[in-house]
Design a protein around this ligand. Structure first.
Ligand code: 3HC
Length: 690
């Protein structure tokens, strides 16, 4: 065995040169891997004792792609293209032995091999689009030559990988192996080495491009299908152009098109934001300062108090993960309704072909209901999901304290209330945590894990790990009104309403936010969430348009009217009632009205979010700036190609952000705009949000 680099070993076995890659955790194509691969192939070509080459990876996976952490630094040789050219020109057959995930540059490496052997659990994909990129090492030119244009378009525009069985059917895998991958792939390589003659090269076979040549409408159809979902993103369109090039240009020209478009994306702001986000998401799971020896608590049975929209959605997460869950309601009709909604949701998913009938029954079977809170005595985790009222929550936690077994985690799904106050009514505040799910809780990926003053490390560790188990992305937050997500949202919603009072049509405010990349604007969001959320009928504020709409029974989408009017398909039309109401309230308050530019609207909606985020960091409510970004992308539809509010601020330049905040503070004379001390100090030091 010869170590070519610290990441690649070379040895010859049964006449096959075996290149063994070992670059944990995912065998990314770091410099040492690229160098080892190139040298290994060259060595094997010159080695008379080897008649074939096998690429095999140690650890949990085949190469999962280029090393994304190297993208931001000066590239060190050898260039990945040079590695692949060496492989492509090899006179000796190269076989890839694939397990785990062959993704991005990993699949591109495999496509430069003459043969691919894989285990049935292997996955194959080109997920570069998720990083704002396209496969830049021939993936867009080679994959359609193997799996066809239609399949490639689906793979590169969604980034979703395919399984080994499908890959085998499509011809991407030459042999599936049930036994030991290394042994069987070696035997395959021995046979190919002995076979003599020439070996297939992906680049030489155009047969599977033919149908798209005859049916070029496939590209227009793909664009049309993706238009809504990929609004604002550059990478999906660039990927499509590359596949078009594969069909319409000779291979080498197509490669040039791919390289040009890849370069444009790589140096553009969208990909930088999405690469940043890739690492931010993974970073969020890491809690600094937690004692490594802290053990997670076992969670095998969960209780949920409240079977409404929120409680039901929360329960589905556990059922999906195979964890039994008991829902508590106050009366039988409410319980029946809650359980019925869960079943209906699962059946809808099954109707769309995304769940089998068997799985529907299995998941519904994991959700039981009761009217007696005492039935939660054996639960490891109990989540309270009733409406936002401190007195009610305190009463529930007092009762739970007497019912739950020792060591059980008592969680509140509060979205804004003081968790410490809730914990204070129990004899075990160390077991109390916030688990703030976002609606619809069975769909939204974000979870705010709220750390109370006395929450123990074990409970925090369990909360963060549980999030992963139920496929959520968690950020750890401290206690303050609205925590991270809603606190920042309050600032934006407040200013959006003020813009409408000052004369900007509220639908203009929404359009500016939509054009920025949010799925909906501030007022549309209010209508979706329900304007009556937090509204108190007896203390309705006549100077608040939202309250006045509620007075009229206009609660939002659910009542067919809120800020907007809705038809039976929930299509929104601006309402004269709302427009007049803003004018009337402005008149009563003596607010001067006039036209407001889109640019000012955007500034005045986004800058308060950044400033509030900075205050949150300053107060230690969020662990790191990137957690705020994760929160905003997953919880509030911030466009990932803009990274999140803190990344966006960094890319604007913090000095510019500060200058604008000061400008609005001066013109409005309102301390709402006072910049956070952290922001001021970062600007003074010439630093950015880290
Ligand atoms: N480069 C650098 N680091 C990577 C990486 C990559 N391509 N892929 C994963 N990692 C790191 C993660 O940051 C994480 O690090 P951490 O432990 O320090 O946080 C660690 O590997 C494990 O990753 P996950 O937590 O995501 O592990 P999972 O088991 O959940 O998932 C995976 C594994 C499916 C491979 C997932 O990590 C993934 O999807 N990775 C990205 C794959 C990708 O996008 N490949 C294309 C890269 S771009 C490219 O190849 C360009 C080419 O066309 C030229």
């Amino acid at each position: 065995m010869v170590a070519l680099t610290t990441m690649v070993d070379y040895n010859v076995e049964q006449g096959v040169a075996v290149l063994t890659l070992n670059n944990p955790p995912v065998n990314a194509l770091s410099q040492g891997v690229r160098q080892g691969l190139k040298e290994g192939v060259e060595k094997a070509l010159a080695d008379d004792s080897a008649s074939a080459i096998l690429i095999y990876c140690e650890g949990r996976t085949f190469i999962a792609g280029a090393d994304i952490s190297e993208f931001s630094s000066k590239p060190m040789g050898p260039d990945f293209h040079a590695v692949l050219s060496t492989m492509d020109a090899s006179a000796k057959p190269i076989v890839a032995a694939i397990h785990g995930t062959a993704l991005g540059g990993g699949l591109e490496t495999a496509l430069c091999c003459n043969y691919r052997v894989a285990v049935p659990s292997a996955k194959f994909g080109l997920p570069e689009v998720n990083l704002g990129l396209l496969p830049g090492a021939g993936g867009t030119q080679r994959l359609p030559r193997v799996v066809g244009v239609e399949k490639t378009l689906a793979m590169v525009t969604t980034g979703v990988p395919i399984g080994a069985a499908e890959a085998f059917e499509l011809g991407l895998v030459d042999q599936l192996v049930e036994g030991d991958l290394r042994t069987e792939a070696l035997a395959f390589a021995v046979a190919k080495g002995a076979q003599g003659g020439s070996h297939p090269r992906v680049r030489d076979n155009d047969a599977k491009l033919q149908s798209a040549k005859e049916n070029p409408e496939i590209f227009a159809a793909t664009r049309k299908m993706l238009a809504r979902k990929t609004r604002g993103f550059l990478a999906p369109e660039y990927n499509i152009r590359c596949i078009e090039a594969a069909v319409n240009q000779p291979f080498d020209e197509g490669m040039k098109t791919e390289a040009k478009l890849f370069g444009e994306l790589m140096t553009g702001p969208q990909s930088q934001a999405q690469q940043y986000f890739f690492f931010s998401e993974r970073q969020a799971a890491k809690v600094p300062g937690l004692d490594k020896a802290t053990e997670e608590l076992p969670i095998t049975k969960v209780g949920v108090i409240g079977g409404g929209l929120m409680g039901g959605g929360i329960s589905m997460n556990f059922a999906n993960a195979g964890i039994p869950v008991t829902i508590v309601e106050t009366n039988q009709p409410a319980l029946d309704r809650g359980l019925g909604t869960i079943r209906k949701n699962y059946e809808n998913t099954a109707r769309k072909g995304r769940l089998t009938a068997e799985a529907v029954e299995q998941r519904c079977g994991l959700v039981t209901g009761t009217l007696d809170m005492a039935d939660l005595a054996d639960c490891d985790l109990i989540i309270e999901a009733v409406f936002e009222n401190m007195a009610v929550k305190k009463e529930i936690f007092t009762r739970l304290d007497g019912i739950a077994k020792p060591g059980a985690i008592l969680a509140s799904n509060t979205s804004a209330l003081d968790l410490n106050e809730i914990a204070s009514v129990t004899s075990r505040p160390e077991s109390v945590i916030g688990l703030h799910f976002f609606s619809p809780a069975n769909v939204m990926k974000l979870l705010e894990v709220v750390r109370g003053e006395k929450t123990s490390d074990a409970v925090i560790k369990t909360g963060m790990a549980l999030a992963k188990r139920i496929k959520k992305v968690a950020i750890l937050v401290g206690v303050c009104p609205g925590f991270v997500g809603n606190r920042i949202l309050f600032a934006r919603q407040f200013e959006a309403a003020r813009l409408a009072l000052e004369g900007a049509p509220y639908e203009q405010v929404d359009k500016v936010l939509f054009d920025f990349g949010f799925p909906m604007g501030a007022f549309q969001m209010g209508d979706l969430a329900g304007l009556d959320l937090g509204w108190d009928k007896d203390n309705s504020n006549p100077m608040d348009v939202k309250d006045r709409l509620c007075d009229l029974g206009r609660y939002g989408q659910k009542t067919g009217a809120g800020f907007y009017d809705y038809d039976d398909k929930r299509m929104a039309t601006p309402s004269a009632i709302t427009t007049d109401m803003f004018a009337e309230v402005a008149g009563s308050l003596g607010v001067e009205r006039g036209e407001i530019s889109d640019e000012e609207i955007l500034d005045r909606c986004i800058l308060p979010m950044i400033n509030e985020g900075a205050k949150i960091l300053e107060e230690g409510i969020a662990v790191r700036a990137s957690d705020i970004d994760v929160c905003y992308v997953y919880g509030y539809g911030w466009p990932v190609y803009r990274g999140g509010p803190m990344h966006y601020a960094n890319s604007m330049g913090l000095d510019k952000v500060l200058e604008k905040l000061r400008h609005y503070q001066t013109v409005s004379g309102d301390d709402f705009w006072a910049p956070s001390a952290l922001l001021v100090s970062l600007v003074e030091k010439g630093e950015r949000f880290k």
